[in-house]
Design a protein around this ligand. Sequence first.
Ligand code: PBG
Length: 323
Amino acid sequence: MIRRTRRLRRSTALRDSLAETRLHAEALIQPHFIVEGHGLEAQIDAMPGISRTSVDRLVERVRKDLDLGLSNVLLFGLPQHKDGQGSAATTNDGLVPRAVRALRDAFAERLTIITDVCLCAYTDHGHCGVLHEGHVVNDDTLPILSAMAAAHARAGADIVAPSDMMDGRVAHMRGVLDQSGFKETAILSYSTKFASGFYGPFREAADCAPKSGDRRSYQMDPRNGREAVLESLIDEEEGADMLMVKPALAYLDVIAALRARTLLPIAAYNVSGEYSMVKAAAQRGWIDEARVVREVLWGLTRAGADLLITYHGREALGKGWLA
Ligand code: PBG
């Protein structure tokens, strides 16, 4: 007897009934790059369709996105002032806190606001922590990151997302948030973040490339799959509410392995370079963008991700690619 698996693939209706993986707008998280000023919306060359916006334009953008069903945002601040300690990161009237307040005022609880917590866009040297003799000093960085998270929580962020890869930052941040009266603010840890070439376009967008050296003393070695799971499990123990694997496409094995070891929600970050590759090939007519975007997001979901941080979200929903 031939096993005829094709029987269940005969019609679209049958295939749709049996699809194991489904995409929905609620799982998508749309990143935003925020700059000082008013009325600003500047396209990012390496990321077609994505721009840096001032707070007023951000609010208008998010209003349209909510109409599409995009209800999760991840905010990155691109401050004008940079110094050795990243001091613009911790002020209560800083760029991100102002953006959070504006979004909260405009959309109340319809919008889930997630903020990136990291110093690299705030330091003049471009590293994710403070430097001493050229080295990123772990424990001196923790209070600054926690103060940054508290400033975001105070402004009304639902979720803070540390992306720095310092050891112990989730526990430290949880402690500071609790002591400051923000017991309800959740932590989405960038728990497994690799030192990756796929961040190239983001570093242009956020102007956060390190001026000297690289991030390999704190971000993970792409060759290590076991350590990748360990990194995330440590953050779970420290009190993270959700975990993340970043980048996504070259690390589907890590998402799947982590899925088998944790009961927490997992986010996959479909990063800038992954987005730009799809965009560039689509612009040349080499691939069918709608199909490829669907496959990418299906792949991340199939691997075990609950939440998908992706720059494709707005266009995919707007053009009905996920339907
Ligand atoms: C900051 C940060 C980076 C990204 C998110 N948060 C850059 C980096 O670590 O160099 C990358 C996001 C993307 O490429 O889309 N630490």
